[in-house]
Write a protein that binds this ligand. Sequence first.
Ligand SMILES: Cc1cc2nc3c(=O)[nH]c(=O)nc-3n(C[C@H](O)[C@H](O)[C@H](O)COP(=O)(O)OP(=O)(O)OC[C@H]3O[C@@H](n4cnc5c(N)ncnc54)[C@H](O)[C@@H]3O)c2cc1C
Length: 504
Amino acid sequence: MWPARILVVGGGTAGWLAAMMLGDAARRAGRPCAVTVIESSKIGTIGVGEGTTAVFRQMLKHFDLDEMEFLAATGATIKFGIRHKDWRRKGHSYDGPIDDPHQVAGLGATNALDLYAVSQGESVGQPHLFQHLLNKSRSPFARIGERLVPVGPYHHAYHFDQALAGKWLRSKARAIDIIDDQVASVNINSETGNIISLTLESGQVVEADLFIDCTGFRRRLITEMGAKWQHYGSVLPVNRAMPFWLDIPEGEEIAPCTLAWAQGSGWMWKIPTQERYGCGYVYSDAHLTPDQAKDEIEASLGHPIHVRNDIKIDAGRLDRQWIGNCIALGLSSSFLEPLEATSIHGTVVQLMLLSTLLDNPNDRSCSAFNVACSRQVDNFRDFIRLHYVSERRDTPFWRDVADATPDDLKHRLTRWAAKVPGPEDFAPFPMNLPHVGHHLHVPVLDGLGLLSPASAKAALAANPKLRANARRMSHALTTEYRQAAGRALGHREFLTSLQTETVP
Ligand SMILES: Cc1cc2nc3c(=O)[nH]c(=O)nc-3n(C[C@H](O)[C@H](O)[C@H](O)COP(=O)(O)OP(=O)(O)OC[C@H]3O[C@@H](n4cnc5c(N)ncnc54)[C@H](O)[C@@H]3O)c2cc1C
Protein backbone atom coordinates (compact mmCIF):
# COMPACT_ATOMS: atom_id res chain seq x y z
CA MET A 1 0.00 0.00 0.00
CA TRP A 2 1.38 3.41 -0.91
CA PRO A 3 1.97 5.54 2.16
CA ALA A 4 -0.11 8.73 2.22
CA ARG A 5 2.89 10.91 3.18
CA ILE A 6 6.50 10.38 2.11
CA LEU A 7 9.22 12.54 3.62
CA VAL A 8 12.56 12.59 1.82
CA VAL A 9 15.42 13.98 3.88
CA GLY A 10 18.27 15.27 1.70
CA GLY A 11 18.35 17.38 -1.44
CA GLY A 12 21.27 15.77 -3.29
CA THR A 13 20.83 13.68 -6.44
CA ALA A 14 19.54 10.74 -4.41
CA GLY A 15 16.94 12.87 -2.61
CA TRP A 16 15.57 14.45 -5.76
CA LEU A 17 15.52 11.17 -7.65
CA ALA A 18 13.64 9.59 -4.73
CA ALA A 19 11.08 12.40 -4.54
CA MET A 20 10.44 12.39 -8.30
CA MET A 21 10.38 8.64 -8.86
CA LEU A 22 8.29 7.71 -5.82
CA GLY A 23 5.82 10.58 -6.38
CA ASP A 24 5.45 9.57 -10.02
CA ALA A 25 5.05 5.85 -9.27
CA ALA A 26 2.33 6.59 -6.70
CA ARG A 27 0.47 8.82 -9.19
CA ARG A 28 0.69 6.15 -11.89
CA ALA A 29 -0.69 3.60 -9.42
CA GLY A 30 -3.61 5.94 -8.77
CA ARG A 31 -2.48 6.41 -5.18
CA PRO A 32 -1.35 10.00 -4.96
CA CYS A 33 0.69 10.66 -1.89
CA ALA A 34 2.11 13.88 -0.51
CA VAL A 35 5.88 14.06 -1.05
CA THR A 36 8.00 16.50 0.93
CA VAL A 37 11.76 17.07 0.66
CA ILE A 38 13.76 18.48 3.55
CA GLU A 39 17.09 19.84 2.37
CA SER A 40 19.60 21.97 4.13
CA SER A 41 21.16 24.94 2.39
CA LYS A 42 23.70 24.88 5.25
CA ILE A 43 24.96 21.39 4.33
CA GLY A 44 26.33 21.05 0.82
CA THR A 45 25.95 18.09 -1.51
CA ILE A 46 28.79 15.92 -2.75
CA GLY A 47 29.81 16.92 -6.30
CA VAL A 48 33.06 15.93 -7.93
CA GLY A 49 32.24 15.28 -11.60
CA GLU A 50 30.12 12.16 -11.77
CA GLY A 51 29.70 9.53 -14.47
CA THR A 52 26.40 7.69 -14.86
CA THR A 53 25.24 4.55 -16.59
CA ALA A 54 22.54 4.19 -19.25
CA VAL A 55 19.75 3.95 -16.65
CA PHE A 56 19.97 7.70 -16.08
CA ARG A 57 18.93 8.32 -19.70
CA GLN A 58 16.16 5.73 -19.36
CA MET A 59 14.99 7.63 -16.30
CA LEU A 60 14.91 10.92 -18.26
CA LYS A 61 12.86 9.22 -20.99
CA HIS A 62 10.50 7.73 -18.41
CA PHE A 63 9.74 11.22 -17.10
CA ASP A 64 9.54 12.64 -20.61
CA LEU A 65 12.34 15.02 -19.69
CA ASP A 66 14.14 16.63 -22.59
CA GLU A 67 17.63 15.22 -23.00
CA MET A 68 18.92 18.21 -24.93
CA GLU A 69 17.63 20.62 -22.32
CA PHE A 70 19.28 18.49 -19.64
CA LEU A 71 22.64 18.54 -21.44
CA ALA A 72 22.48 22.28 -22.09
CA ALA A 73 21.30 23.24 -18.61
CA THR A 74 23.70 21.09 -16.62
CA GLY A 75 26.79 21.28 -18.85
CA ALA A 76 26.73 17.47 -19.03
CA THR A 77 28.62 15.47 -21.66
CA ILE A 78 28.06 12.10 -23.32
CA LYS A 79 29.62 8.94 -21.93
CA PHE A 80 29.96 5.74 -23.99
CA GLY A 81 32.06 3.87 -21.49
CA ILE A 82 35.26 3.86 -19.52
CA ARG A 83 38.82 3.93 -20.87
CA HIS A 84 41.10 1.98 -18.52
CA LYS A 85 44.68 3.12 -18.87
CA ASP A 86 47.72 1.36 -17.35
CA TRP A 87 45.65 -1.17 -15.37
CA ARG A 88 46.93 -4.36 -16.96
CA ARG A 89 50.44 -2.97 -17.33
CA LYS A 90 51.89 0.46 -17.95
CA GLY A 91 51.34 1.57 -21.53
CA HIS A 92 48.31 -0.72 -22.03
CA SER A 93 44.75 0.54 -22.42
CA TYR A 94 41.36 -1.05 -22.84
CA ASP A 95 37.80 0.25 -23.10
CA GLY A 96 34.56 -0.84 -21.50
CA PRO A 97 31.77 0.32 -23.86
CA ILE A 98 28.41 0.18 -22.08
CA ASP A 99 26.20 -0.88 -25.02
CA ASP A 100 25.52 -4.57 -25.59
CA PRO A 101 25.29 -5.50 -29.30
CA HIS A 102 23.89 -8.93 -28.37
CA GLN A 103 20.59 -7.05 -27.92
CA VAL A 104 20.33 -6.58 -31.69
CA ALA A 105 22.40 -9.48 -33.03
CA GLY A 106 19.52 -11.98 -33.20
CA LEU A 107 21.71 -14.73 -31.70
CA GLY A 108 19.42 -15.53 -28.78
CA ALA A 109 20.48 -15.13 -25.18
CA THR A 110 24.11 -15.92 -25.91
CA ASN A 111 27.51 -14.29 -25.67
CA ALA A 112 28.32 -15.40 -29.24
CA LEU A 113 29.80 -12.05 -30.36
CA ASP A 114 32.19 -12.10 -27.39
CA LEU A 115 33.09 -15.74 -28.05
CA TYR A 116 33.83 -14.96 -31.67
CA ALA A 117 36.03 -11.94 -30.85
CA VAL A 118 37.96 -13.78 -28.13
CA SER A 119 38.43 -16.84 -30.37
CA GLN A 120 39.95 -14.58 -33.04
CA GLY A 121 42.17 -12.73 -30.59
CA GLU A 122 40.29 -9.49 -31.40
CA SER A 123 38.99 -6.90 -28.97
CA VAL A 124 35.44 -7.64 -27.83
CA GLY A 125 34.62 -3.95 -28.43
CA GLN A 126 34.66 -4.28 -32.23
CA PRO A 127 30.92 -4.98 -32.79
CA HIS A 128 29.99 -2.26 -30.25
CA LEU A 129 28.68 1.00 -31.68
CA PHE A 130 29.95 2.85 -28.63
CA GLN A 131 33.50 1.59 -29.16
CA HIS A 132 33.59 3.26 -32.58
CA LEU A 133 31.96 6.47 -31.34
CA LEU A 134 34.44 6.52 -28.49
CA ASN A 135 37.43 5.90 -30.81
CA LYS A 136 36.42 8.85 -32.97
CA SER A 137 35.22 11.11 -30.10
CA ARG A 138 31.81 11.43 -31.72
CA SER A 139 28.35 12.15 -30.34
CA PRO A 140 25.49 9.62 -30.62
CA PHE A 141 23.71 11.82 -33.20
CA ALA A 142 24.11 12.55 -36.92
CA ARG A 143 22.73 15.51 -38.78
CA ILE A 144 20.11 14.79 -41.43
CA GLY A 145 18.98 18.04 -42.99
CA GLU A 146 18.14 20.32 -40.11
CA ARG A 147 17.61 17.50 -37.66
CA LEU A 148 19.78 15.51 -35.30
CA VAL A 149 18.99 11.79 -35.35
CA PRO A 150 20.42 8.99 -33.19
CA VAL A 151 22.98 6.80 -35.02
CA GLY A 152 22.07 3.68 -33.05
CA PRO A 153 19.52 2.04 -30.79
CA TYR A 154 21.45 2.04 -27.51
CA HIS A 155 21.14 4.23 -24.43
CA HIS A 156 24.29 6.22 -23.75
CA ALA A 157 25.26 7.64 -20.37
CA TYR A 158 26.39 11.07 -19.17
CA HIS A 159 29.06 12.86 -17.23
CA PHE A 160 27.91 15.75 -15.08
CA ASP A 161 28.42 17.71 -11.93
CA GLN A 162 25.75 16.20 -9.70
CA ALA A 163 25.18 19.53 -7.92
CA LEU A 164 23.95 20.96 -11.25
CA ALA A 165 22.08 17.77 -12.19
CA GLY A 166 20.38 17.73 -8.77
CA LYS A 167 19.38 21.39 -9.19
CA TRP A 168 17.92 20.66 -12.62
CA LEU A 169 15.97 17.65 -11.36
CA ARG A 170 14.67 19.86 -8.55
CA SER A 171 13.43 22.39 -11.13
CA LYS A 172 11.53 19.61 -12.94
CA ALA A 173 9.96 18.10 -9.84
CA ARG A 174 6.21 18.71 -9.62
CA ALA A 175 3.88 18.68 -6.63
CA ILE A 176 6.66 18.34 -4.08
CA ASP A 177 6.82 20.47 -0.92
CA ILE A 178 10.27 21.68 0.02
CA ILE A 179 11.49 22.61 3.48
CA ASP A 180 14.92 24.20 3.93
CA ASP A 181 15.98 23.11 7.39
CA GLN A 182 18.04 20.54 9.24
CA VAL A 183 16.95 17.51 11.15
CA ALA A 184 17.63 18.09 14.84
CA SER A 185 16.10 14.90 16.21
CA VAL A 186 14.38 11.74 15.05
CA ASN A 187 11.32 10.83 17.11
CA ILE A 188 10.83 7.08 17.29
CA ASN A 189 7.86 5.22 18.75
CA SER A 190 9.45 2.94 21.33
CA GLU A 191 6.76 0.28 20.89
CA THR A 192 6.64 -0.04 17.11
CA GLY A 193 10.20 1.10 16.44
CA ASN A 194 8.88 3.32 13.63
CA ILE A 195 9.71 6.98 13.13
CA ILE A 196 6.76 9.17 14.12
CA SER A 197 8.21 12.56 13.18
CA LEU A 198 11.34 14.64 12.76
CA THR A 199 12.04 17.75 14.80
CA LEU A 200 13.85 20.33 12.70
CA GLU A 201 16.30 22.96 13.95
CA SER A 202 13.65 25.65 13.50
CA GLY A 203 11.49 23.75 15.97
CA GLN A 204 9.05 22.58 13.29
CA VAL A 205 7.88 18.98 13.73
CA VAL A 206 7.21 17.06 10.50
CA GLU A 207 5.24 13.82 10.46
CA ALA A 208 5.09 11.23 7.68
CA ASP A 209 4.27 7.58 7.03
CA LEU A 210 7.46 6.72 5.15
CA PHE A 211 10.84 8.41 5.73
CA ILE A 212 13.55 8.27 3.05
CA ASP A 213 17.06 8.93 4.34
CA CYS A 214 19.10 10.65 1.62
CA THR A 215 21.35 12.57 3.97
CA GLY A 216 24.54 11.36 2.32
CA PHE A 217 27.45 10.30 4.51
CA ARG A 218 25.61 11.61 7.60
CA ARG A 219 23.06 8.75 7.48
CA ARG A 220 21.02 10.87 9.88
CA LEU A 221 17.87 8.70 10.11
CA ILE A 222 18.84 5.14 9.30
CA THR A 223 21.62 5.04 11.89
CA GLU A 224 19.09 5.93 14.60
CA MET A 225 16.98 3.02 13.35
CA GLY A 226 19.86 0.68 14.21
CA ALA A 227 21.45 0.05 10.79
CA LYS A 228 25.08 -1.03 10.87
CA TRP A 229 27.78 -0.43 8.28
CA GLN A 230 29.30 -3.44 6.55
CA HIS A 231 32.86 -2.45 5.66
CA TYR A 232 34.44 -3.54 2.36
CA GLY A 233 37.91 -2.41 3.39
CA SER A 234 39.30 -5.95 3.41
CA VAL A 235 38.28 -6.44 -0.26
CA LEU A 236 38.80 -3.06 -1.91
CA PRO A 237 42.31 -1.63 -1.75
CA VAL A 238 41.73 2.14 -1.84
CA ASN A 239 40.31 4.34 0.91
CA ARG A 240 40.87 7.97 0.03
CA ALA A 241 39.92 10.37 -2.77
CA MET A 242 41.62 13.64 -3.66
CA PRO A 243 39.39 15.56 -6.11
CA PHE A 244 40.68 18.37 -8.33
CA TRP A 245 39.68 20.09 -11.56
CA LEU A 246 41.50 20.53 -14.83
CA ASP A 247 40.70 22.99 -17.61
CA ILE A 248 39.61 21.72 -21.00
CA PRO A 249 41.90 23.50 -23.45
CA GLU A 250 39.99 25.80 -25.83
CA GLY A 251 38.96 23.94 -28.98
CA GLU A 252 40.15 20.52 -27.72
CA GLU A 253 37.80 17.61 -28.50
CA ILE A 254 35.99 16.32 -25.43
CA ALA A 255 36.43 12.56 -25.02
CA PRO A 256 33.00 10.88 -24.62
CA CYS A 257 34.32 8.49 -21.99
CA THR A 258 35.53 8.44 -18.43
CA LEU A 259 39.27 8.01 -18.12
CA ALA A 260 40.25 5.65 -15.29
CA TRP A 261 44.05 5.90 -15.17
CA ALA A 262 45.88 3.48 -12.88
CA GLN A 263 48.60 5.09 -10.77
CA GLY A 264 51.24 3.85 -8.36
CA SER A 265 48.86 3.43 -5.42
CA GLY A 266 45.38 3.56 -6.92
CA TRP A 267 43.83 5.27 -9.91
CA MET A 268 42.75 8.67 -11.19
CA TRP A 269 39.36 9.55 -12.65
CA LYS A 270 39.01 12.20 -15.35
CA ILE A 271 35.43 13.09 -16.18
CA PRO A 272 34.61 15.83 -18.70
CA THR A 273 31.75 18.25 -18.23
CA GLN A 274 31.31 21.03 -20.79
CA GLU A 275 33.16 23.41 -18.47
CA ARG A 276 36.09 21.37 -17.18
CA TYR A 277 37.43 17.97 -16.23
CA GLY A 278 36.41 16.74 -12.80
CA CYS A 279 39.34 14.60 -11.66
CA GLY A 280 40.50 12.82 -8.57
CA TYR A 281 43.13 10.45 -7.32
CA VAL A 282 41.61 7.49 -5.48
CA TYR A 283 44.43 5.92 -3.49
CA SER A 284 45.41 3.80 -0.54
CA ASP A 285 46.57 5.84 2.44
CA ALA A 286 48.39 2.77 3.73
CA HIS A 287 50.76 3.35 0.81
CA LEU A 288 50.78 7.14 0.34
CA THR A 289 50.31 10.26 2.45
CA PRO A 290 48.05 12.95 0.92
CA ASP A 291 51.16 15.03 0.11
CA GLN A 292 52.78 12.08 -1.66
CA ALA A 293 49.55 11.42 -3.53
CA LYS A 294 49.51 15.03 -4.75
CA ASP A 295 53.17 14.81 -5.79
CA GLU A 296 52.53 11.58 -7.66
CA ILE A 297 49.56 12.91 -9.60
CA GLU A 298 51.41 16.11 -10.46
CA ALA A 299 54.30 14.01 -11.77
CA SER A 300 51.87 11.92 -13.87
CA LEU A 301 50.17 15.02 -15.29
CA GLY A 302 53.33 17.08 -15.62
CA HIS A 303 51.90 20.16 -13.89
CA PRO A 304 50.65 21.33 -10.47
CA ILE A 305 47.07 20.71 -9.34
CA HIS A 306 44.82 22.51 -6.87
CA VAL A 307 43.41 19.91 -4.48
CA ARG A 308 39.74 20.64 -3.68
CA ASN A 309 38.98 18.14 -0.96
CA ASP A 310 40.21 15.12 0.97
CA ILE A 311 37.52 12.44 1.10
CA LYS A 312 37.89 9.33 3.25
CA ILE A 313 36.30 6.35 1.53
CA ASP A 314 34.82 3.92 4.02
CA ALA A 315 33.63 1.55 1.31
CA GLY A 316 30.66 -0.53 2.27
CA ARG A 317 26.92 -0.67 2.69
CA LEU A 318 24.29 -0.79 5.39
CA ASP A 319 23.38 -4.21 6.73
CA ARG A 320 19.73 -3.21 6.24
CA GLN A 321 18.61 -0.41 3.94
CA TRP A 322 14.93 -0.59 4.97
CA ILE A 323 14.08 -0.68 8.69
CA GLY A 324 10.51 -0.12 9.89
CA ASN A 325 9.23 2.94 8.03
CA CYS A 326 12.67 4.28 7.09
CA ILE A 327 14.60 3.54 3.88
CA ALA A 328 18.12 4.76 3.09
CA LEU A 329 19.15 5.57 -0.47
CA GLY A 330 22.22 7.07 -2.15
CA LEU A 331 25.38 7.67 -0.18
CA SER A 332 23.56 7.09 3.09
CA SER A 333 22.97 3.50 1.95
CA SER A 334 26.29 2.52 0.36
CA PHE A 335 29.51 3.92 -1.00
CA LEU A 336 32.22 2.49 -3.24
CA GLU A 337 35.10 4.03 -5.11
CA PRO A 338 33.62 5.50 -8.32
CA LEU A 339 35.44 3.15 -10.73
CA GLU A 340 32.30 1.88 -12.48
CA ALA A 341 29.91 4.75 -11.70
CA THR A 342 27.73 2.48 -9.61
CA SER A 343 26.33 4.97 -7.11
CA ILE A 344 23.69 6.98 -9.00
CA HIS A 345 22.92 3.90 -11.12
CA GLY A 346 22.34 1.87 -7.95
CA THR A 347 20.03 4.53 -6.53
CA VAL A 348 17.86 4.64 -9.67
CA VAL A 349 17.60 0.83 -9.76
CA GLN A 350 16.76 0.67 -6.04
CA LEU A 351 14.02 3.25 -6.58
CA MET A 352 12.56 1.20 -9.46
CA LEU A 353 12.50 -1.83 -7.18
CA LEU A 354 11.05 0.12 -4.27
CA SER A 355 8.26 1.58 -6.42
CA THR A 356 7.19 -1.91 -7.45
CA LEU A 357 7.34 -3.24 -3.90
CA LEU A 358 5.25 -0.33 -2.62
CA ASP A 359 2.75 -1.04 -5.40
CA ASN A 360 2.43 -4.73 -4.50
CA PRO A 361 3.28 -4.90 -0.81
CA ASN A 362 3.49 -8.09 1.20
CA ASP A 363 5.05 -9.25 4.45
CA ARG A 364 8.35 -9.86 2.71
CA SER A 365 8.69 -6.52 0.86
CA CYS A 366 11.13 -5.09 3.36
CA SER A 367 13.39 -8.17 3.48
CA ALA A 368 13.16 -8.58 -0.33
CA PHE A 369 14.37 -4.99 -0.73
CA ASN A 370 17.19 -5.47 1.76
CA VAL A 371 18.36 -8.72 0.16
CA ALA A 372 18.30 -7.18 -3.33
CA CYS A 373 20.09 -3.95 -2.34
CA SER A 374 22.75 -5.86 -0.41
CA ARG A 375 23.32 -8.18 -3.32
CA GLN A 376 23.46 -5.27 -5.74
CA VAL A 377 26.21 -3.48 -3.84
CA ASP A 378 28.14 -6.69 -3.04
CA ASN A 379 28.14 -7.49 -6.77
CA PHE A 380 29.37 -3.96 -7.56
CA ARG A 381 32.18 -4.49 -5.04
CA ASP A 382 33.23 -7.78 -6.62
CA PHE A 383 33.10 -6.30 -10.12
CA ILE A 384 35.28 -3.38 -9.01
CA ARG A 385 37.77 -5.70 -7.31
CA LEU A 386 38.17 -7.60 -10.59
CA HIS A 387 39.74 -4.48 -12.16
CA TYR A 388 42.73 -4.82 -9.81
CA VAL A 389 43.77 -8.22 -11.19
CA SER A 390 46.83 -6.85 -12.90
CA GLU A 391 50.23 -7.86 -14.22
CA ARG A 392 51.63 -4.79 -12.45
CA ARG A 393 54.07 -5.38 -9.62
CA ASP A 394 55.97 -2.09 -9.96
CA THR A 395 54.96 -0.56 -6.61
CA PRO A 396 54.27 -1.91 -3.09
CA PHE A 397 50.55 -1.13 -3.69
CA TRP A 398 50.27 -3.35 -6.76
CA ARG A 399 52.26 -6.13 -5.07
CA ASP A 400 50.03 -5.97 -1.99
CA VAL A 401 46.90 -5.93 -4.13
CA ALA A 402 48.06 -9.03 -6.00
CA ASP A 403 48.85 -10.84 -2.73
CA ALA A 404 45.40 -9.97 -1.35
CA THR A 405 43.32 -11.29 -4.28
CA PRO A 406 40.22 -12.78 -2.57
CA ASP A 407 39.80 -16.55 -2.91
CA ASP A 408 36.31 -16.29 -4.39
CA LEU A 409 37.67 -13.99 -7.11
CA LYS A 410 40.46 -16.50 -7.82
CA HIS A 411 37.80 -19.19 -8.26
CA ARG A 412 35.78 -17.02 -10.61
CA LEU A 413 38.88 -16.21 -12.65
CA THR A 414 39.64 -19.92 -13.03
CA ARG A 415 36.06 -20.53 -14.17
CA TRP A 416 36.11 -17.61 -16.63
CA ALA A 417 39.48 -18.68 -18.07
CA ALA A 418 37.86 -22.01 -18.94
CA LYS A 419 34.61 -20.46 -20.21
CA VAL A 420 33.98 -16.93 -21.46
CA PRO A 421 31.13 -15.80 -19.20
CA GLY A 422 27.69 -15.45 -20.73
CA PRO A 423 24.21 -14.50 -19.56
CA GLU A 424 23.73 -17.89 -17.91
CA ASP A 425 26.61 -17.18 -15.50
CA PHE A 426 24.93 -14.23 -13.79
CA ALA A 427 21.66 -14.58 -11.89
CA PRO A 428 19.14 -11.99 -13.09
CA PHE A 429 18.39 -9.12 -10.73
CA PRO A 430 14.86 -8.99 -9.26
CA MET A 431 12.28 -7.76 -11.81
CA ASN A 432 15.03 -8.10 -14.43
CA LEU A 433 16.32 -4.67 -13.48
CA PRO A 434 19.69 -3.63 -14.95
CA HIS A 435 22.64 -5.14 -13.12
CA VAL A 436 26.29 -6.04 -13.62
CA GLY A 437 26.32 -9.08 -15.89
CA HIS A 438 28.44 -10.65 -18.59
CA HIS A 439 28.25 -7.62 -20.90
CA LEU A 440 30.13 -5.51 -18.35
CA HIS A 441 32.49 -8.23 -17.13
CA VAL A 442 33.69 -9.43 -20.53
CA PRO A 443 35.38 -6.17 -21.70
CA VAL A 444 37.24 -5.95 -18.37
CA LEU A 445 38.28 -9.62 -18.44
CA ASP A 446 39.29 -9.25 -22.08
CA GLY A 447 41.18 -6.02 -21.43
CA LEU A 448 43.08 -7.58 -18.55
CA GLY A 449 44.00 -10.62 -20.68
CA LEU A 450 42.04 -13.03 -18.47
CA LEU A 451 40.03 -14.82 -21.18
CA SER A 452 41.24 -17.79 -23.19
CA PRO A 453 40.96 -17.86 -27.02
CA ALA A 454 41.24 -21.67 -26.86
CA SER A 455 38.17 -22.00 -24.64
CA ALA A 456 36.21 -19.56 -26.84
CA LYS A 457 37.20 -21.55 -29.94
CA ALA A 458 36.13 -24.80 -28.29
CA ALA A 459 32.76 -23.33 -27.29
CA LEU A 460 32.07 -22.21 -30.87
CA ALA A 461 33.39 -25.44 -32.38
CA ALA A 462 30.68 -27.27 -30.42
CA ASN A 463 28.03 -25.20 -32.23
CA PRO A 464 29.08 -24.55 -35.87
CA LYS A 465 25.80 -22.80 -36.74
CA LEU A 466 26.22 -20.35 -33.89
CA ARG A 467 29.84 -19.81 -34.91
CA ALA A 468 28.85 -18.99 -38.51
CA ASN A 469 26.12 -16.60 -37.37
CA ALA A 470 28.40 -14.95 -34.83
CA ARG A 471 31.09 -14.44 -37.47
CA ARG A 472 28.58 -12.94 -39.91
CA MET A 473 26.96 -10.66 -37.33
CA SER A 474 30.28 -9.60 -35.90
CA HIS A 475 31.55 -8.47 -39.29
CA ALA A 476 28.23 -6.84 -40.21
CA LEU A 477 27.95 -4.89 -36.95
CA THR A 478 31.60 -3.83 -37.02
CA THR A 479 31.20 -2.46 -40.55
CA GLU A 480 27.86 -0.82 -39.83
CA TYR A 481 28.99 0.81 -36.61
CA ARG A 482 32.26 2.02 -38.08
CA GLN A 483 30.22 3.77 -40.79
CA ALA A 484 27.72 5.09 -38.24
CA ALA A 485 30.57 6.63 -36.26
CA GLY A 486 31.80 8.25 -39.46
CA ARG A 487 28.39 9.95 -39.87
CA ALA A 488 28.05 11.06 -36.26
CA LEU A 489 28.75 14.64 -35.20
CA GLY A 490 31.88 15.31 -33.20
CA HIS A 491 31.19 15.35 -29.48
CA ARG A 492 32.15 18.99 -28.93
CA GLU A 493 30.38 20.11 -32.13
CA PHE A 494 27.22 18.40 -30.91
CA LEU A 495 27.44 19.94 -27.43
CA THR A 496 28.02 23.38 -28.90
CA SER A 497 25.01 23.03 -31.20
CA LEU A 498 22.63 22.19 -28.37
CA GLN A 499 21.08 25.62 -28.12
CA THR A 500 19.68 25.51 -31.66
CA GLU A 501 19.05 21.89 -32.64
CA THR A 502 16.03 19.64 -32.10
CA VAL A 503 16.05 15.88 -31.72
CA PRO A 504 13.02 13.61 -32.12
C1 LIG B 1 34.82 11.08 -4.75
C2 LIG B 1 33.47 10.70 -5.26
C3 LIG B 1 33.28 10.38 -6.60
C4 LIG B 1 32.03 9.97 -7.08
N1 LIG B 1 31.87 9.64 -8.40
C5 LIG B 1 30.69 9.14 -8.80
C6 LIG B 1 30.49 8.72 -10.15
O1 LIG B 1 31.36 8.83 -11.00
N2 LIG B 1 29.29 8.18 -10.48
C7 LIG B 1 28.27 8.05 -9.57
O2 LIG B 1 27.22 7.53 -9.93
N3 LIG B 1 28.42 8.50 -8.32
C8 LIG B 1 29.59 9.01 -7.91
N4 LIG B 1 29.73 9.43 -6.62
C9 LIG B 1 28.57 9.34 -5.73
C10 LIG B 1 27.59 10.47 -6.05
O3 LIG B 1 28.22 11.70 -5.83
C11 LIG B 1 26.35 10.30 -5.17
O4 LIG B 1 25.77 9.03 -5.39
C12 LIG B 1 25.29 11.31 -5.52
O5 LIG B 1 25.83 12.59 -5.55
C13 LIG B 1 24.16 11.24 -4.53
O6 LIG B 1 24.56 11.72 -3.29
P1 LIG B 1 23.47 11.83 -2.14
O7 LIG B 1 22.30 12.57 -2.66
O8 LIG B 1 23.23 10.48 -1.58
O9 LIG B 1 24.23 12.66 -0.99
P2 LIG B 1 24.67 14.20 -0.96
O10 LIG B 1 24.94 14.74 -2.29
O11 LIG B 1 25.77 14.27 0.05
O12 LIG B 1 23.39 14.96 -0.39
C14 LIG B 1 23.02 14.88 0.97
C15 LIG B 1 21.87 15.83 1.24
O13 LIG B 1 21.43 15.64 2.57
C16 LIG B 1 21.23 16.90 3.19
N5 LIG B 1 21.41 16.70 4.63
C17 LIG B 1 22.43 16.12 5.28
N6 LIG B 1 22.22 16.09 6.59
C18 LIG B 1 21.02 16.67 6.79
C19 LIG B 1 20.24 16.96 7.93
N7 LIG B 1 20.64 16.64 9.17
N8 LIG B 1 19.05 17.58 7.75
C20 LIG B 1 18.61 17.92 6.52
N9 LIG B 1 19.30 17.66 5.40
C21 LIG B 1 20.49 17.05 5.53
C22 LIG B 1 22.27 17.80 2.55
O14 LIG B 1 21.91 19.16 2.65
C23 LIG B 1 22.21 17.30 1.10
O15 LIG B 1 21.15 17.97 0.43
C24 LIG B 1 30.95 9.89 -6.16
C25 LIG B 1 31.12 10.26 -4.84
C26 LIG B 1 32.36 10.68 -4.38
C27 LIG B 1 32.51 11.07 -2.95
